[in-house]
Design a protein around this ligand. Structure first.
Ligand code: CTP
Length: 406
């Protein structure tokens, strides 16, 4: 996806072994549509060559404030004025200390100081040994950098080049890419609590069998990601699916409809938006057999008794917070036919302001979809697109509806 189309990013490299990851990061940014101008410190050049970074970015690398290629001999001004953001990855402990004090004795720090602070955001991806990371001086510097408006991206945890294990690794290039994409996204849900259900549920019959459905969870996971990009704190209650957790999202894994009901009930009081995308089983087997049910000699399937599962969405929509407008509930209707008619009826039955209809068999497991938004006034189509694109459009739509209410 061209999530960074039209963005020009100055990628700054400072001295650290994580410079090897900056090569991948540069490629990933460009693949996402950005143009990338690399600026390196002398220390960074001990770890990776400007030749590598020039080849990957397709632009000459800058590494000196005395670079005579610029007609005015002011690369620190020219490079920073062109940028939509400056991203320093890796950002060493030493470089953070320099930024903090406004020092400007090399091109990269000079450029950061000279950038128009309101227009060109500065993002840093720290990378260092765990003791350096934990040192009070580093933590103090981090807090002050954030207070000065720098966006401090997190660090990873794990094996370090020095042989030690702990916090301080630079985030992986794919993680940094997602953070940069999220950084540029509009923030209409800033600070809001969003709760999402996703995936199928699994209702056990016996220890080895159960009833489930074809929901892949992809739409719900895309919505969780889009809400997180939009600035929300997102909790994702996921049925059994094999999908990676969207970055920055809190995930609670559940199996059955009763588990999902319990997890949602525990989270609902804090939520301002609840988006129920899960394909929850309507029924569960009344008594789960303790042992595997064996085939009987008469070739008859043993009869199963079913009990209805609680309707999680209807329960949320009836809660006092939903009725007072403090909680905005959105349902999904996955239908096989007569989408509009079923979606309208479902909206009424569940008591939600918005139902999102889609044709289940056409979309289960796929990466794209088409949505039909049904509210009290009528319908609005979100035409065929990737699930992530649709999720972003839906999140923007929900945010507008909430703003209209509040
Ligand atoms: N839903 C829910 N809890 C349930 C059943 C459904 O929260 N026990 C939610 C789904 O997450 C979805 C909406 O209700 O947002 C509609 O789900 P769907 O399965 O399409 O509707 P049902 O009420 O089960 O109706 P039917 O099976 O007759 O289509």
């Amino acid at each position: 996806m061209n999530d960074l189309a039209g963005k020009h990013i100055v990628l700054g490299l400072t001295g650290g072994i994580a410079c090897y990851k900056a090569a991948e990061l540069c490629r990933a940014l460009i693949k996402s549509g950005a143009t990338v101008q690399v600026v390196m410190t002398q220390a960074a050049e001990q770890f990776i060559t400007p030749v590598t970074m020039q080849a990957l970015s397709n632009r000459p690398v800058y590494d000196s404030q005395w670079d005579a290629r610029e007609a005015n001999n002011m690369p620190h001004i020219n490079l920073s004025r062109e940028a939509d953001a400056i991203l320093i990855a890796p950002c060493s402990a030493d470089f953070m200390a320099k930024l903090l004090h406004g020092r400007a004795d090399d091109l990269l720090s000079l450029m950061c100081l000279a950038r128009p602070i309101a227009e060109v955001p500065l993002l840093v991806a720290p990378a260092m040994n765990r003791e350096m990371w934990a040192h009070p001086a580093t933590q103090r510097n981090l807090a002050q950098l954030a207070a000065d408006g720098t966006v401090v991206l997190g660090v990873g945890n794990g094996d370090q080049a020095c042989g030690e294990t702990g916090d301080g690794r630079m985030l992986e290039p794919d993680e940094l890419l997602l953070d940069v994409i999220a950084f540029f996204a509009p923030k209409p849900l800033q600070g809001q609590q969003v709760l999402v259900t996703a995936g199928p549920t699994f209702e056990a019959i016996d220890p080895v069998r159960g009833i489930t459905n074809l929901s892949s969870g992809k739409m719900g996971f895309a919505i969780a990601r889009a809400a997180q990009e939009a600035g929300a704190h997102v909790t994702l209650v996921a049925g059994p699916v094999q999908l990676p957790t969207p970055r920055g999202v809190t995930r609670l894994d559940v199996t059955s409809a009763l588990d999902m009901h319990q997890a949602v009930s525990a989270q609902l009081d804090r939520a301002q938006v609840f988006i129920a995308t899960a394909a929850v089983a309507d029924w569960r087997v009344a008594t789960v057999a303790e042992q595997k049910i064996k085939k009987d000699s008469a070739g008859q399937m043993p009869p199963l008794q079913f009990t209805e599962n609680p309707d999680i969405l209807a329960m949320a929509a009836k809660s006092p917070r939903a009725l007072s407008g403090a909680l905005f509930c959105v349902g999904f209707a996955a239908e096989s036919h007569d989408l509009l008619q079923h979606a309208r009826a479902k909206r009424e039955r569940k008591g939600v302001p918005l139902i999102v209809g889609n044709i289940g068999p056409a979309t289960f497991g796929k990466d794209d979809n088409a949505l039909l938004l049904v509210d009290e006034h009528g319908t609005h189509e979100l035409p065929h697109a990737s699930k992530l694109t649709l999720a972003r459009q839906l999140v923007a739509d929900i945010a507008r509806r909430r703003q209209a209410v509040h």
